[in-house]
Design a protein around this ligand. Structure first.
Ligand SMILES: *[C@@H]1O[C@H](CO)[C@@H](O)[C@H](O)[C@H]1NC(C)=O
Length: 277
């Protein structure tokens, strides 16, 4: 009797053969390697060494983090590997491992090992999202996006104050919280109905003839007169603005979860006077 091997199995076997041929014959060493994936594990070699290396495992592939390598968080470009670990040598990321964390790694394959050169770390593909600001809690420095006013647990809420996780903030030196035109925007630290935040002043969000905050504006050249919109200060966000944001899900002191935004692109057209800045 003739042995009958289904054609798909033959295909599979030849594919396996192809794979094993491919991995035993690295055409040159070192060779480049780039990957993105879920972080399964991360280790540190020497906790007393701030510039220690370690390993990161992405979708089962272990990659060596060499000594001295500085890695990237969404808005910081020079984070020592050791800063991502707690004093027990455990990886320490907001809501890890319940919430998935990912990395992009550009590495070299050298002598059978993957050695990282550039590493980007972020939570859940950056939690990129968008929506309208439906309410702002000025005391907490939080706003709700596409939220139901009456539902305190509706998703899409995020805060600007989250000092527990300094590695996952916005880049404050090169504001990543801005209007689409690049003009920095802010969330007032005081409710504009009761006061004014001098660094996020009401005057920088003029009202139109119907009393609504304008969404397009061109500042006068500085220095401006007292009380006039000032292009040297930020533009306050307000309820009704449409924003696109990237954020890290964190837990506050009360165990409430919120998105800590590190990038906001507000759909606002604020310009400086031509030729001034
Ligand atoms: C760990 O790092 C510390 C500080 O740099 C160093 O003194 C020590 O020798 C290192 N330990 C090992 C095992 O390399």
């Amino acid at each position: 009797m003739q042995l009958h091997i289904p054609s798909f199995l033959l295909f599979f076997l030849s594919f396996l053969h192809y794979c094993s041929a491919a991995i035993t014959q690295v055409p040159y060493d070192p060779s480049p390697f780039a990957t993105s994936g879920y972080i399964n594990a991360a280790t540190i070699n020497n906790q007393s060494d701030i510039l220690s290396g370690g390993t990161i495992t992405l979708d089962g592939v272990e990659i060596i983090i060499p000594h001295n390598l500085l890695v990237n968080t969404p808005s910081l470009t020079a984070v020592a590997w050791s800063e991502l670990f707690n004093s027990n040598g455990q990886i320490n990321l907001p809501l890890w491992p319940e919430i998935s964390w990912e990395a992009f790694v550009f590495a070299n394959y050298i002598g059978g090992q993957y050695i990282a050169g550039i590493v980007y770390i972020f939570q859940e593909i950056g939690n990129l999202n968008e929506g309208f600001i439906t309410s702002i809690d000025y005391d907490k420095g939080e706003m709700r996006i596409n939220g139901d006013f009456s539902d305190p647990n509706s998703v899409g809420r995020y805060g600007m104050v989250h000092g527990d996780w300094p590695l996952w903030t916005a880049d404050t030196d090169n504001p990543s919280i801005a209007a689409s035109t690049g003009f920095p925007v802010c969330l007032p630290r005081v409710d504009p109905a009761v006061g004014d935040d001098p660094f996020c002043p009401k005057k920088n969000r003029p009202l139109d003839t119907n009393g609504n905050p304008v969404t397009k504006f061109t500042f006068s050249a500085p220095p401006v007169a007292d009380g006039q919109p000032d292009p040297l200060l930020f533009v306050p966000l307000t309820v009704g603005d449409f924003i696109i944001y990237s954020a890290t899900l964190v837990e506050d002191q009360n165990g409430e979860r919120l998105f800590a935004a590190y990038t906001i692109d507000a759909n606002l057209g604020f310009y400086t006077a031509p030729g001034t800045m």
